[in-house]
Design a protein around this ligand. Sequence first.
Ligand code: NCD
Length: 306
Amino acid sequence: MARNLIDIVDFTTEEIEQLIAVAEDIIENPVKYQDACAHKQLATLFFEPSTRTRLSFESAMLSLGGSVLGFSSASSSSTSKGETVGDTIHTVSCYADIIAMRHPKEGAPYAAAQHCDIPIINAGDGGHCHPTQTLTDLLTIHREKGCLSGFTIGFCGDLKFGRTVHSLVNALSRYENINFVFISPEELKLPRYVKEEALKKKGIPYTQTTSLEEALPQLDILYMTRVQKERFFNEEDYIRLKDSYILTPEKLVHAKADLSILHPLPRVNEISVAVDQDPRATYWKQVKNGKFIRMALILKLLGIEV
Ligand code: NCD
């Protein structure tokens, strides 16, 4: 049975720390890795839009000396003719060595993994989870703060549909002394199942608020998110909620000097462009880190040691 990454808890904290260490070595010594995946092929199957995740996977494989194939929308695959995900995956597993897939249906990558014997990576499944964004976030936090414990992190925006939030909360709940602050409108609160599984079962305290201004001064990390338009059932609700939070330089006056502002991107309105100039803005570094951690992940799942 191939090793997959469907949910972030598929990896132990030791394995995650090893991935971070490999990614940091890749950053320092990229040449050492440039042929590590020669003659290996990565398939990127994106049934939902993506810029960073798909291109960072492709860039990661190319930088390891491998090659890539795949599609970037369901409409250009045989899904549009009615083929099942299982049959598509079975087909691709005849050509590729490893698959990264994104799908609008929660659980689709898990189902896909039952149909093939090569590693499958979940690159985002509906409003459920997004483990490779979490690896990116953990590498970024590690590089900014030097460790993965002992800080206060605020998650702000669409905590209901934001799959990156669900996976990161799950991942961080395994580390020591983390204070979780959830900032969202009533309608977009963190789902009960995430709170139960990641926090309540383990007795981890958390606070919930609707006010970014009130929460900001205590935070070491602020994880901003976009309101997930594509997951809403009606447009009126989206329009009413979409600009609930807008981070501006004025609001940051009351934040800590060593705050790190993360965002999985794409941003819509929730961080004003002026914030990009602030040294606390970390989201463009996060984009770069996404490639290096995916290089480490591909090596791990293919069982290649450098
Ligand atoms: C996120 C996603 O797809 O869930 N984007 C990403 O992969 N970097 C966040 C989002 O779309 O808002």
